[in-house]
Write a protein that binds this ligand. Structure first.
Ligand code: UDP
Ligand code: MG
Length: 321
């Protein structure tokens, strides 16, 4: 294989689009993509995943498929499994040389896809949309995502985490093949993609307003997703417990020794008049420290089990000759 295998001359682009109750956007979005791809020297397919929509989304998908069977494909879930599962399903069914993951609500601008494709043709294997600050975004959401990325950066030493990187991205076939081999159940697609590595490029974009309908992600869901992301990325919080125990135990041991020497050996020259209760308190905090150290030890084993159950491949090969 050549060092930088260039994409085929008439490549197939797959749009992977997870949908949950997007009936008000679907037809509009579909037409938008068809117009966008018209006249380009690229073949394309639309891989919709209906993630248990309760509205007419599936009926519209069926209609679109009947009208345009060569371009429109869909899978429909038996219930709502969440966007991460939907994205994974879309990536599994897509046949493209490159796949563009995008939301079905019109928030991801198609013009940016042009830049994605150009970057891909220039040799990038993962092209990541980076969201520019949205003026309309609420203060809570803004500071929330900022804190989250700072935390992630602090906790995660193995990977370069780019703030505001989104699910809106293009993946080369080779990356998707590797992604499809990952077996983790509780997953966040973009974090797994970041873990895979490969040659990456970043493209800034301004998220647009939703075309219609309501966003499905509540604050609660977002918070859970953020927490999941942290936990999956780092076992440092587990080890932190052990460190805390070590500090508490050491400090209280020193304090206890100092008190015993001062009171009983030297006859309280500093006039501290430490009572038995005070010594008891020091002994208690020493024991708490020991308990925490033991938990930290357990955490080391837990970390090992955690990595084993993730069952990630030992390495990912990009090129070989
Ligand atoms: N979505 C999905 N399953 C869900 C929730 C959302 O497939 O359980 C889809 C949704 O239809 C949209 C995309 O994921 O295409 C992003 O969702 P949303 O617009 O609600 O999130 P936001 O833009 O606020 O991040
Ligand atoms: Mg949206």
């Amino acid at each position: 294989m050549s060092k930088h295998p260039s994409p085929p001359s008439h490549p197939l682009i797959s749009f992977v689009i997870p949908l949950h109750n997007e009936a008000s956007n679907l037809e509009w979005h579909y037409k938008h993509i068809v117009e966008f791809m018209h006249g380009k020297p690229l073949a394309y397919e639309l891989r919709y995943v209906d993630d248990g929509s309760k509205d007419a989304s599936l009926d519209i998908l069926k209609k679109l498929h009947a009208q345009d069977p060569s371009h429109v494909h869909y899978v429909s879930f038996s219930r709502n499994f969440g966007k991460e599962a939907a994205t994974s399903a879309g990536l599994q069914s897509a046949k493209g040389d490159a796949m563009v993951i995008m939301d079905g609500d019109g928030q991801h601008p198609l013009e940016t896809v042009d830049t994605f494709i150009a970057q891909w043709q220039a040799g990038a294997q993962v092209v990541i949309g980076v969201r520019e600050t949205n003026q309309k975004e609420g203060v809570v959401a803004k500071t929330g995502s900022k804190t989250f990325y700072q935390l992630l950066k602090m906790l995660d030493s193995d990977q370069e985490v780019v703030s505001k990187s989104t699910d809106f991205r293009l993946l080369d076939r080779q990356v998707v093949d590797e992604f499809n081999k990952l077996t983790e159940r509780n997953r966040i697609a973009r974090n797994l993609i970041d873990w895979l590595g490969f040659r990456r490029a970043f493209v800034p974009f301004h998220a647009l307003e939703r075309h219609g309908g309501e966003p499905a992600y509540s604050f609660e869901k977002r918070f859970k997703l953020a927490l999941d992301g942290l936990i999956k990325h780092s076992t440092k919080p587990l080890k932190f417990i052990g460190g805390l125990g070590f500090i508490i135990a050491t400090l209280s041991a020193f304090a206890a020794i100092a008190v015993i020497v001062e009171t009983y050996l030297l006859g309280d020259p500093l006039n501290l008049s430490i009572t038995g209760t005070g010594i008891l308190a020091l002994m208690l905090s020493f024991m708490v420290g020991i308990v925490l150290i033991c938990q930290g030890l357990l955490a080391l084993y837990l970390e090992d089990v955690f990595h084993e159950t993730q069952n990630r491949p030992l390495f990912i090969i990009n090129e070989k000759a």
